[in-house]
Design a binder for this molecule. Structure first.
Ligand SMILES: [Fe+2]
Length: 179
């Protein structure tokens, strides 16, 4: 078998493969959770959330495939069992539970935020510890996708009123829009 000679040590490559597999596990768990809520959601926001979650799990399916294939590009093998995803993932499942639509949204925001925090750490490790700028760049694009998905979900939980200066009522942390 030809040796992989792309300027990374064995240790660096294995470090990156492990980190990608952990991210892969979380993406799979997030896919399952998003799909379950797509099925279970009820209430006035049904159609919007049902369709948004379909978009999200389609995006996650692509992302999962790209992450698994990046593991192969680096000479590793991606996780590919449900047991492996649970063992290596950091997201928690909520079996036997039928939450309200807003609770579903809140839980998925937390999950996306967890994934964003993990990815941010992994990007740093890829650059500083493993000198793999390619994977750092790959994961940066993934992090931005999750930031967008988290924003879309978070927006369901936020108020809509603006005060006369353009500041969102109840949000003192942000500068006034018209300032
Ligand atoms: Fe569906």
């Amino acid at each position: 078998m030809p040796k992989i000679n792309i300027g990374l040590s064995e240790e660096q490559r294995h470090g990156v493969i492990e980190l990608l597999n952990r991210d892969l596990a979380d993406l799979y768990l997030l896919l399952i959770k998003t799909k379950k809520y797509h099925w279970d959601v009820i209430g006035p926001q049904f159609r919007t959330l049902h369709e948004l979650w379909e978009e999200h799990y389609n995006a996650l399916t692509i992302s999962i495939d790209e992450t698994a294939e990046r593991v192969r590009q680096l000479g590793g093998y991606p996780l590919g069992t449900a047991a492996g995803f649970i063992e290596y993932g950091s997201l928690k499942e909520h079996p036997n539970d039928l939450p309200s639509a807003s609770e579903m949204v809140a839980r998925l925001v937390q999950d996306h935020e967890q994934v964003i925090r993990n990815l941010r750490e992994d990007i740093d490790k890829c650059g500083e510890q493993f000198h793999d700028e390619g994977t750092a760049d790959f994961l940066t694009a993934k992090m931005e996708e999750h930031e967008e998905m988290a924003w879309m979900l978070r927006s369901f939980l936020e108020g809509e009123s603006l005060d006369p200066s353009g500041r969102r009522v109840g949000d003192e942390t942000m500068p006034a829009v018209n300032a």
